[in-house]
Design a protein around this ligand. Structure first.
Ligand code: BG6
Length: 474
């Protein structure tokens, strides 16, 4: 195959503020939900504490210290040939508590410096407004996204960001992986998405749908605000895409899997179509789910549809029908015998990326943007500071190759490819540093001990070659 990507294709990498910046109290920053999440592991979940407790370790406080290393890090990105870099704005740097009326100038200045540095090298900033880092004050005072008031707080925050940065940042996303909370049994996932801490007796499913509704309205409102400030802005949603395959050709498995996909991806339907899909009304009635949805909300959804679909892709799922047709992510997924998994149990499936892109193209008819993909793995640094990460190269090569087929052979409309954690950072699910994704090694352990020095891995030079050849030389 000699056809490849167009010359505007955005190669680069991605991070999120709370996993990368550190400096958790600097420049007037307020505390975010991530500042209250302890170190966990594959076996032990992260604790979501109410206060910062002595004797517990909170890895996001220090993270990879981009706050002090941003010049050096951006230089490394430029060396790899990045055309784009995705990060998030920490809401708490701009509105430390979330409900103030005036933003924190020092926080805005930090992002001015970061975006200017990127633009100096011709790297396009791609920015998420909310990436698992809402102000803790909004959780404690308002109950997170279970409260309608959050829509206005978010709108104010979005307005300030668009107004300040619209000449520097063209590509925006509203809520990172808004659909992770489909698994409403998970304290961590619902907390990261919506800042909700369940109490005994809560109807978790209803609370999740309510929070998601407010987020979808807030997102649609942000799209309208951004376009009013600058019609040339491209404002997208961000979906965690894990295609769900049926375990067999048994008709019940096929129907069940279709329903599972509808449940996991209705968020995208609302973002793109500006309305809820028809199956949801009877579903809510059947389940006795009562939501606060006003006619004004529905009008906002209709007028705030997204410009593109950003998504992460790490793995695929497999489901089968047992005794219920309502998809329960916490009990309906099974290991797929046809694919292998990484050390954290994430099923590695490059073909699934091509499948996903085709699915999205057919369903949503919007440009797509891969803003996360990658292999979390244990890396070992040699005595002469080398990291031979051939496993990561293999993972990325196989995924890029399938992505290329989706673009070249299937006609998928893809803006760019920004693999995750391009410079090592703190893992979101476990808080570990040793679950590494980067092309650049950061010398720090799970407890933030180390020199914080940066070392290019073998994959750094490989990716440099991929970008230089615009994906021809894999
Ligand atoms: C996505 C998130 O879920 O996956 C990122 O958007 C996260 O924040 C990434 O880091 C990889 O997950 P983990 O748990 O390995 O960091």
């Amino acid at each position: 195959m000699n056809k490849t990507f167009n010359d505007k294709f955005l190669w680069g990498g991605a991070v999120a503020a709370h996993q990368f910046e550190g400096g958790y109290k600097e420049g007037g920053k307020g505390l975010s939900i991530a500042d209250f999440m302890t170190l966990g592991s594959h076996e032990t979940p992260r604790e979501l504490t109410d206060t910062i407790e002595a004797g517990k370790y909170y890895p996001n406080h220090k993270a990879s210290d981009f706050y002090h290393h941003y010049k050096e890090d951006i230089k490394l990105m430029a060396e790899m040939g990045f055309k784009a870099f995705r990060t998030s704005i920490a809401w708490t740097r701009i509105f430390p508590n979330g409900d103030e009326t005036q933003p924190n100038e020092a926080g805005l200045e930090f992002y001015d410096k970061v975006f200017d540095e990127l633009l100096r090298y011709g790297i396009e900033p791609v920015v998420t407004l909310s990436h698992f880092e809402m102000p803790i004050h909004l959780v404690k005072e308002y109950g997170g996204w279970s409260n309608r008031k959050l829509i206005d707080f978010f709108a104010r925050y979005a307005h300030v960001c668009f107004e300040r940065f619209h000449t520097k940042v063209k590509y925006w996303m509203t809520f990172n992986e808004i659909n992770n909370q489909t698994d409403y049994s998970s304290d961590l996932l619902v907390y990261e998405n919506s800042g909700i801490k369940f109490k005994p007796g809560d109807n978790k499913e209803e609370l999740m749908y309510q929070a998601a509704h407010y987020e979808l309205v807030a997102s649609a409102q942000a799209v309208q605000i951004g376009h009013a400030i600058d019609p040339s802005l491209k404002i997208g949603c961000m979906i965690a895409f894990c295609p769900i395959y049926p375990a067999s050709s048994r008709p019940e498995d096929i129907l069940f899997t279709q329903k599972a996909m509808d449940t996991r991806y209705y968020f995208g339907d609302v973002h793109v179509n500006g309305e809820y899909p028809t199956w949801m009304k009877p579903y809510f009635e059947e389940k006795g789910i009562n939501l606060d949805i006003t006619p004004e909300d529905l009008a906002i959804l209709k007028n705030g549809t997204v410009d593109y679909i950003a998504f992460s892709y790490y793995m695929s799922f497999m489901a089968k029908y047992t005794d219920h047709m309502d998809y329960r992510e916490y009990e309906d997924l099974f290991p797929n015998p046809y694919v292998k998994a990484n050390d954290w149990g994430w099923q590695i499936d490059p073909v699934g990326l091509r499948y996903s892109m085709n699915w999205m193209q057919t369903r949503w008819h919007k440009p797509m943007f891969i803003v996360e993909n990658g292999l979390g793995a244990y890396d070992k640094m040699t005595d002469d500071h080398k990291i031979h990460d051939s496993y990561r190269i293999e993972y990325l090569r196989n995924h890029i190759s399938e992505m290329k087929k989706a673009v070249v052979e299937d006609g998928a409309d893809l803006i760019g490819y920004l693999p995750w954690g391009c410079i090592d950072l703190v893992a979101a699910s476990t808080g570990e540093m040793k679950k590494r994704y980067g092309f650049v090694y950061v010398d720090a352990d799970d407890y933030g001990q180390g020199s914080m020095k940066r070392y290019p891995k073998d994959s750094f030079y490989w990716y440099q070659k991929v970008i230089k050849s615009n994906g021809a030389d894999l």
